[in-house]
Design a protein around this ligand. Structure first.
Ligand SMILES: Cc1ncc(COP(=O)(O)O)c(C=O)c1O
Length: 350
């Protein structure tokens, strides 16, 4: 197995746009909440205050909420709980880089269904890939790294094909950045599909990536399986408190998200004008399908002071960060696309 590779760190004068982080510092109320946390005691392992706040927010019971040290840990818990040796987990590819590792650690087998040529989930093919060995299907909307959403209608048609004995994990790590009304939104569907678990996180829109806190919404008995396979007491008190305060200050934080989504759309338009054939982005990142030239493209960005995630052999993912990063980003992307579009030089790039 390959260990999970984190986005590269940036030199002092470079912008780190490699991990889909939020560029903003925490709001003062979050800093106060962190400072008020005790660290000599273990945290509340049931995270009941945070679960109650989320339950109120989504009009569900606290039993329908599970908290993890990042939604990544909940993904791992649920895959481990549901799938083992001889079982299959279906997901699209390319998607979140951590999925293959979680499946392998569970002892199960990954069934990767290629994205469509326009970088979206191929949901009919994913449904067709389900066999009597399938225990889990992961749907990622918006998809990391391609940025594509699954629509509400596509998801409904897909769920109609999925046996209700198969657990469906709808990974909505970037949902707060979505402005398209057609996109599926998991919490609305929990009453319809008992085999659906929705995963969300405070890492991206809420800017708490360093505190590690995410959550799942779903049927109590399914979430109990995640709770049973979790390492106890992993969600620390500062994270729980900061998450509660973030829910209370949601309007202020989501204004920042709207700003990032606006910047994302501007960058996308500029990339298309430069000649990039890039899918419409819906998360806090853009996807440049540089194909076999991905490693080279990543280096060009690096030379321009932009640290990106080069996911060879498919493309480069660039997070939406500080306003000040945009000029450098677009200069680098211009250079890359110009060379990619010049057949005479293309052969010599790598
Ligand atoms: C699609 C997707 N899901 C889940 C995660 C995990 O986020 P966290 O563990 O920080 O909540 C990420 C992080 O990059 C992601 O891109």
């Amino acid at each position: 197995m390959q260990p999970y590779r984190q986005g590269k760190a940036a030199a002092d004068d470079a912008f780190k746009l490699s991990s889909n982080e939020n560029p903003f510092d925490p709001i003062p109320a979050v800093l106060e909440a962190i400072a008020a946390s005790s660290v000599n005691r273990y945290p509340d392992g049931s995270a009941i205050a945070l679960r109650t706040a989320l339950a109120d927010h989504y009009s569900v019971a606290p039993e329908n909420v599970h908290i993890g040290a990042g939604s990544a840990s909940i993904l791992s818990q649920l895959i481990t709980a549901a799938a083992g040796v001889g079982d299959e987990v279906v997901y699209s590819w390319r998607s979140f880089e951590a999925y293959p590792g979680f499946v392998a650690v569970a002892g199960a087998t990954s069934v990767q269904v290629p994205n469509t040529p326009d970088h979206r989930h191929d949901l009919p093919a994913m449904a067709a890939a389900i066999t009597d060995r399938t225990r889990v299907v992961i749907v990622c909307s918006p998809n990391n790294p391609t940025g594509a959403i699954v629509t509400r209608d596509e998801f409904a048609a897909f769920m109609a094909q999925v046996p209700d004995t198969v657990l469906v994990l709808l990974d909505e790590a970037y949902i707060e950045f979505v402005t398209d009304d057609a996109a599926v939104r998991g919490p609305e569907l929990l009453g319809t599909y008992p085999n659906l678990v929705v995963l969300r996180t405070f890492s991206k829109a809420y800017g708490l990536a360093g505190l590690r806190v995410g959550y799942a919404l779903g049927a109590e008995y399914v979430l109990d399986a995640a709770r049973a396979s979790a390492i106890p007491l992993s969600v620390i008190e500062p994270a729980q408190r900061a998450a509660i305060v973030s829910i209370e200050h949601q309007a202020e934080l989501l204004e920042r998200v709207a700003g990032l989504a606006g910047l994302r759309d501007e960058i996308w338009v500029a990339l298309v004008e430069q000649g990039w054939d890039v899918p419409r982005p819906h998360g806090n990142f853009v996807w440049l399908p540089a194909g076999e030239h991905t490693a080279w493209a990543g280096e060009v960005f690096s030379e321009h002071g932009i640290v990106v995630r080069a996911l060879a052999p498919d493309g480069v993912r660039i997070s939406i960060g500080e306003h000040e990063s945009v000029e450098k980003l677009l200069k680098a992307s211009q250079e890359v696309v110009r060379k990619l579009r010049t057949p005479a030089t293309e052969a010599t790039l790598d």
